[in-house]
Design a protein around this ligand. Structure first.
Ligand code: UDP
Length: 242
């Protein structure tokens, strides 16, 4: 089946409603123990891909790139090829954890600081008492460390959530993906910190107003430099159009 895509600065985004994404792409693959690699990309990631060809090559290896971040949806409108829905990685992860619990699928969680991953696992066990947790590991290791990938492989997970931030999470996935026979692999950035309660996600009203980035900036002001990338991104999208 072929799906609609929208190209933004040479990153090809899947243009689909999230319900359809789950029902026609993700669930069937999980049910037949297939392999899938998802990137959820925001403007910072698109900019990084344009600055670093090696990183762009990794993104191109993904089966699907999902539009995370309101900036991507706004950019799609500016170029006259609207993306139907924003699909944040955080929401895909939380939804799939629920699906895994209901369907007896196991999850591996790789990333974040030791105390964060421990708090994350504790919270997940409370929220999803029947979830099969294949394993977990903090995110501070050498990307080439064979022990980490061995640990994940031995656990034989159906879903692998990698929270190392970009580009590290995509680097780890593309480096080791070929060693796995099955599994859904997805980079989820700072999502473990949010579930662990270390970082707050923006309230629904801010998200609706497309102001999640501002909320994040207020919580983590050290990000201001990275935020500038969002403005550069918008500017470049506009320049290309007019
Ligand atoms: N992280 C990690 N290993 C590293 C660097 C970062 O596990 O070497 C974790 C970090 O602790 C955080 C996540 O990766 O949990 C990245 O969060 P950030 O909010 O920076 O990611 P973004 O969503 O912006 O890509």
């Amino acid at each position: 089946m072929s799906y609609k895509h929208v190209n933004i600065m040479d990153v090809s985004f899947l243009n689909i409603e999230r319900k359809e994404l789950f029902q026609t792409i993700i669930y069937p693959s999980l049910q037949k123990q297939g392999k899938q690699f998802f990137v959820t990309a925001n403007p910072e990631i698109v900019m990084l891909a344009n600055e670093k060809p090696a990183y762009k090559a990794m993104i191109k290896q993904a089966d699907y790139v999902l539009p995370d971040g309101a900036g991507i949806v706004i950019a799609s409108k500016l170029i006259g090829n609207s993306i139907v829905e924003r699909i944040p990685g955080f929401e895909v992860m939380t939804h799939l954890i629920g699906y895994a619990e209901e369907n007896g699928l196991s999850c591996y969680f790789l990333g974040a600081h030791q105390e964060v991953i421990e708090a994350f696992i504790k919270r997940i066990k409370t929220l999803h008492p029947n979830l099969l947790i294949a394993g977990y590991h903090n995110g501070f290791f050498d990307l080439d460390d064979p022990n980490i990938v061995e640990h994940v492989k031995k656990a034989n997970p159906d879903l692998v959530f990698v929270a190392l931030g970009s580009p590290r999470q995509e680097q780890w996935i593309t480096k080791h993906y070929h060693q796995f026979d099955k599994g859904l692999f997805m980079g989820v950035g700072g999502s473990f910190d949010v579930v662990a309660g270390k970082v707050k996600r923006a309230p629904e009203s801010w998200i609706k107003l497309n102001l999640e980035w501002l909320y994040r900036l207020l919580q983590q002001p050290f990000r201001w430099k990275r935020m500038l990338k969002v403005f550069q991104f918008m500017f470049r999208v506009l320049i290309r159009k007019y």
